[in-house]
Design a protein around this ligand. Structure first.
Ligand SMILES: [Zn+2]
Length: 88
């Protein structure tokens, strides 16, 4: 029982660090400058609200979320499967 708290805390810190790392990497990949009017991937019009909210945006919401998912997989954070099986 001793040390249980410390272990849990360490795991949580690791998870937080992983998320922060991913966010930092995503931010680092964000292009600077003009937002595109049309998605770089699928040529769909990007709403003005999104272009203002995300300076330098190049992708529509759909393509951006696809790319974010890929980025998560590439970073090796693929423990989702085992976590799901624990919850079920
Ligand atoms: Zn798109």
């Amino acid at each position: 029982m001793a040390g249980g708290f410390a272990k849990d805390g360490a795991v949580q810190e690791q998870i937080d660090a992983t998320i922060e790392d991913a966010v930092a990497r995503t931010r680092a990949r964000l292009p600077r400058g003009e937002s595109l009017e049309y998605c770089e991937e699928c040529d769909v019009a990007i709403p003005e609200a999104r272009r203002k909210a995300v300076p330098g945006v190049r992708l529509c919401v759909v393509c951006q979320s696809e790319r974010d998912k890929e980025a998560v997989n590439v970073s090796g954070y693929n423990r989702r499967g085992s976590k799901d099986s624990q919850l079920r």
